[in-house]
Ligand binder design. Structure first.
Ligand SMILES: [Fe+2]
Length: 401
């Protein structure tokens, strides 16, 4: 009799697993096909990112052609011009081949204005301008938003232009991942049409989201991602270029890739890295950004590896602000240090998901795409959350140090 019960139990388990895999097949394994495309014939996707030292380092990346050619950046400041040789790589996507280039400049002067052009194989871009922030300014500001994932022909171009116009004093923009809907050429093109020249002039701190990955038994980051968004190589050994940190005056901003962290090696290396980077931040403001929220507002999304592995570190090292995306809703929760860590989930997308209701300690707002302005000085950090549609304030928190 016992033998029959065991056999029936096995059959039930196998059947349940089969039903689960069938129901989740598309979500776990199916990628949107990518149409073949031709490489860019002039430099495009020109993108400005910060180095580890925000006050003196910038990287500019671009792509042009599908084989490596002589490429450089020309930088002008106060009538002086310098030329920097570019580093190039040819990458393959499912739809084509691209040559990407980047230049890192590490001797920029706080408070100075610069203009630049990039050139590949004699083809020159237009001129772009950026300003380095003033190091002595005691009050600093940055802008944060979550998943964008706009549909082709959507409104993200208007949103980006509005935020750029309304907050010219932001030091940088931060995005918690899923900036594009799918990792295919059509959406990459659409992002750069929407953002126009903003990504070439406003430094972007971007995180990887699940939509930046190709699905499969093993997740694979879209080959274009790391060559488009070139960050300092100070990340965890298993996540160079997709986990990194940036130092501002008085603040360390840490970005951690939370995709595919189910295996022990990945979890351990990212845990050890985060611990080291938090410990060495000293008494600075500590901001952490990643895609998958530690505390889900969708009952189907638990993100246990993130919560069980990393949250104890955030609490132990007194992280002040945790910026997250993925769930296409808003949530604000405050951890165990009185007024911090502030755990924020947000999105700025036409797609809204069903969320659970607010509960004690968890403020939840559904169906309201938002953006967030973070102002900080030596003693306080203020986070204002605004509805994207009408700029009305939806949430405010103040953190003291
Ligand atoms: Fe996501």
């Amino acid at each position: 009799m016992k033998r029959y019960i065991k056999i029936i139990c096995c059959i039930v388990i196998v059947a349940a697993l089969a039903i689960l895999v069938k129901s989740r097949w598309n979500a776990w394994f199916k990628n949107v096909p990518e149409e073949p495309y031709a490489a860019a014939t002039v430099p495009d996707r020109i993108t400005l990112t910060p180095g580890e030292d925000f006050m003196s380092e910038r990287t500019v990346s671009w792509r042009c052609g599908d084989t490596l050619a002589q490429s450089f950046l020309t930088l002008t400041a106060g009538g002086d011009t310098a030329t920097f040789k570019a580093t190039g790589s040819v990458i393959e996507s499912r739809g084509g081949r691209d040559a990407f280039y980047y230049v890192t400049i590490d001797s920029l002067q706080p408070g100075s204005e610069y203009s630049y052009r990039v050139t590949t194989a004699g083809k020159q871009s237009r001129e772009y301008r950026f300003a380095m922030p003033d190091a002595d300014e005691p009050a600093r500001r940055f802008l944060f938003f979550g998943d964008v994932q706009d549909n082709i022909g959507g409104q993200s171009g208007e949103w980006f232009a509005k935020l750029y116009r309304q907050y010219p004093d932001a030091d940088f923009w931060a995005c918690a991942g899923d900036l594009i809907e799918r990792p295919i050429e059509t959406y990459w093109n659409y992002l750069y049409q929407s953002a126009d020249t903003i990504l070439a002039t406003m430094p972007l701190l971007n995180s990887t989201g699940n939509h930046d990955y190709l699905k499969g038994l093993y997740l694979t980051i879209d080959s274009r991602w790391k060559h488009t968004f070139v960050y300092p190589e100070n990340g965890a050994a298993t996540a160079i270029g997709i986990s990194y940190y940036i130092d501002m005056p008085g603040m360390r901003f840490i970005v951690l890739d939370t995709n595919g962290i189910q295996d022990c090696v990945t979890i351990t290396t990212r845990y050890q890295w985060l611990k080291r980077v938090l410990a060495s931040a000293g008494d600075k403001w500590k901001v952490v950004m990643w895609h998958h929220p530690a505390y889900s507002v969708r009952s189907s999304r638990i993100n246990l590896p993130v919560r069980n592995t990393f949250v104890p570190l955030l609490e132990r090292y007194g992280v002040h602000l945790v910026l997250q995306g993925h769930e296409h809703g808003f949530m604000r929760h405050i951890g165990t240090h009185g007024d911090h860590p502030v755990y924020l989930i947000s999105y700025m997308s036409p797609k809204s998901y069903k969320l659970r209701k607010s509960s004690p300690g968890f403020k939840v707002i559904a169906d309201t795409p938002m953006y967030h302005i973070v102002d900080y000085n030596n003693s306080t950090m203020e986070v204002r959350s605004y509805a994207l549609a009408n700029d009305s304030i939806m949430d405010f928190v103040k953190i003291s140090r």
